[in-house]
Design a protein around this ligand. Structure first.
Ligand SMILES: Nc1ncnc2c1ncn2[C@@H]1O[C@H](COP(=O)(O)OP(=O)(O)OP(=O)(O)O)[C@@H](O)[C@H]1O
Length: 612
């Protein structure tokens, strides 16, 4: 789903919105029935009060019935009290229905987002998604608690009052009702424009949220480069867009609301003029005119409050469209209905004639053939952007290739239940993903039922136990957002402990040590050896010293394997690998050249020296 340009409101989206909202409301039907009962009672009470006024003017006053005054007063007070009580109950019940339904919808949305594939997250920005789940869902909340309530109450009252007025004096009522179609047309005209305008507001909120998410999570970068002013200006642009979008909405409302007021007064003038004439002719009583005026207010309430409610409805419809854009998104990478749930795997991964491009369309892997045998260490080297990490993304089935197949133990990944595959894989990469929480939570993230003993054993094997113990809170120490309270090496050892705890069959090390200094690297090398032992492993590294122990090394260039073999055989080949090696170990080559030794012999020397 790309960032959408502002579109015309979709036809029927309000009906669709109510349908979907009702699906959620339906599960709280008991509360809804209670609310509807209260609403009907409120309408009935609003209908009764003007009757008392008319009775007082037409009967009590002319008949000088002093004794009745007390009864009328008490009746009025009782009606007002009941009105307050039922209004209170209906608001509370509807708010409860609204909150619960929105809770359900927000949960559905969050769960749905989690089912979407990585490609969806490549295309969408986190801040915008966050604003859809928070602010847009919040808009719908208003709709159920207040908006829907007043529409239902007012419409019910409208029908009741209009029918009664037609019965008393149909001619006068028809004159009054004549203003309503105009109100309706005006309302329709503005409602479409208001919805576009609200959608723009919500989109600008998404933009502001994106910017905040980007910059606040990279606050160190901003401070390093002293770009606070620059970011302040960029934020101001987004914030100004939001302000302008809000002003646009206010402008529309500023025209719309007085227009509706004007039409309401026209109705009042009609009652006064024609009502007075008919009273002077003796066809109506003064009490009836006063009652009509009170009813006129009740009649106009739906339209007036519709002008208020229309804001809520249109705001909600705009928000709903943004929510539906997510709910309608379907992952391209998803399990087949009859997907194979993998038991314990050997872990033999094969790429056969694989072509792959991200959504940008630029080919990344071209007719790639690659074998990652079970229980062996395979290494990938090659220049930056050659497609090494992309291979790991296909192995974990974050994406499907456009051509060719990737298999695990001979089964195409497309036929496999992704969870059953990923649960047998561990990844340690340069970008260490940690969540805010304790050290314990982070180590146990991939195995939440792990015991304390298992967590400590994994931490010990990852050489992390000692530094964890040095924290006052030990395993309960909070690591901060993305682990900001830890050093690079500490974070890396936590991620190794996390991978070890999961005991995966396949392990991927993607530049796992490249950001560490030599000392830290040495500290985690042992931990890595533990992790790799006896598993299928794919190691990606720029530093060739990291991969020379691999059973086989593949050199990747522009999405294709151009050389494969052991460290020695690749050095003997004198190709790309040798070039990379010479760049990284120039001294070795000089010594070698001086001694007249082939490069391969040098490599063997190094291995011999390293051998115990
Ligand atoms: N999510 C993505 N969306 C679009 N293009 C991407 C995405 N991830 C990577 N690419 C592009 O795919 C190509 C290969 O990227 P990849 O990360 O696989 O390279 P690499 O060999 O791992 O590089 P490095 O050694 O620098 O990590 C690059 O040109 C990169 O710009």
């Amino acid at each position: 789903m790309r960032r959408m340009p502002i579109q015309k409101p979709r036809k029927g989206s309000i009906t669709a919105m109510y349908k979907r909202v009702f699906l959620h409301v339906r599960s709280h039907i008991g509360l809804l029935v209670g609310a509807v009962f209260c609403i009907v009672t409120v309408s009935a009470l609003e209908f009764v009060i003007p009757q008392l006024t008319q009775y007082t003017i037409d009967h009590v006053i002319p008949g000088k019935q002093y004794s009745k005054l007390l009864q009328v007063g008490a009746g009025m007070l009782a009606a007002a009290l009941l009105l307050g009580l039922f209004n209170y109950c209906s608001s509370r019940l509807m708010a409860s229905v609204g909150q619960r339904s929105i809770y359900d919808l927000r949960g559905e949305l969050y769960r749905h987002i989690q089912t979407l594939d990585i490609d969806f997250f490549d295309r969408n920005r986190t801040g915008d998604l966050m604003s859809r789940v928070t602010s847009d869902v919040g808009m719908l909340q208003q709709l159920i608690s207040s908006g829907m309530l007043s529409i239902v109450t007012d419409s019910f009252t409208f029908i009741l009052v209009a029918a009664y007025m037609l019965w008393i004096d149909w001619e006068l009522t028809v004159i009054i009702l004549a203003t309503f179609p105009i109100m309706f047309i005006v309302t329709r005209y503005f409602s479409k424009r208001l919805r576009l305008s609200f959608k723009r507001v919500q989109e600008t909120v998404g933009e502001v949220s994106n910017h905040l998410q980007d910059t606040l999570s990279s606050i160190r970068l901003i401070k390093w480069f002293s770009s606070e002013d620059y970011e302040g200006e960029r934020f101001a642009v987004k914030s100004r867009d939001n302000m302008n979008a809000n002003i646009g909405t206010v402008k529309l409302r500023a025209v719309y609301e007085p227009l509706i007021d004007l039409l309401s007064y026209a109705g009042l003038a009609a009652v006064l003029l024609f009502g007075a004439m008919r009273t002077m002719d003796g066809a109506l009583t003064v009490g009836t005119i006063v009652m009509f005026m009170s009813y006129l207010r009740l009649l106009q309430n739906p339209v007036r409050s519709f002008s208020r409610t229309i804001n809520t409805v249109q705001q909600s419809a705009a928000a709903y469209e943004r929510i539906v854009e997510i709910l309608d998104a379907r992952p391209a990478v998803k399990d087949k209905p009859d997907a194979v749930v993998l038991g314990p795997i050997e872990g033999h991964i094969r790429f056969r004639n694989v072509d792959f491009a991200y959504h940008t369309g630029t080919p990344v892997l071209r007719q790639l053939n690659l074998d990652i045998p079970a229980g062996k260490m395979t290494a990938l080297v090659g220049s930056s952007g050659a497609g090494k990490s992309t291979i790991t993304h296909l192995m974990t089935r974050f994406y499907d290739p456009q051509q060719g197949t990737v298999t695990v133990d001979g089964i195409p990944l497309a036929d496999v239940a992704a969870d059953s595959l990923r649960s047998q894989m561990g990844i340690v990469s340069q970008d260490i993903l940690l969540l805010n929480g304790t050290i314990r939570d982070n180590i146990a993230y991939g195995k939440r039922d792990a015991t304390d003993e298992q967590i400590i054993a994994a931490a010990k094997a990852a050489n992390a136990h000692d530094f964890i113990q040095s924290f006052p809170d030990g395993y309960n120490a909070q690591i901060g957002e993305r682990g900001v309270k830890l050093s690079g090496g500490q974070k890396q050892r936590l991620s190794i402990a996390r991978a070890l705890l999961r005991d995966p069959r396949i392990i991927i090390l993607d530049e796992a040590t490249s950001s560490l200094d030599t000392e830290s690297e040495r500290a985690i090398q042992d931990a890595l050896q533990q992790l790799l032992h006896g598993r299928t492993s794919l190691v990606i590294a720029h530093r060739l010293s990291t991969v020379r122990q691999a059973d086989s090394i593949h050199v990747l260039d522009k999405g294709q394997v151009i050389e494969s073999g052991s460290h020695e055989s690749l050095l003997n080949l004198g190709g790309k690998y040798t070039q990379l090696y010479e760049l990284q170990f120039p001294q070795d080559n000089k010594d070698n050249a001086a001694a007249g030794k082939p490069v391969a012999a040098l490599a063997s020397d190094r291995r011999r020296q390293q051998a115990p």
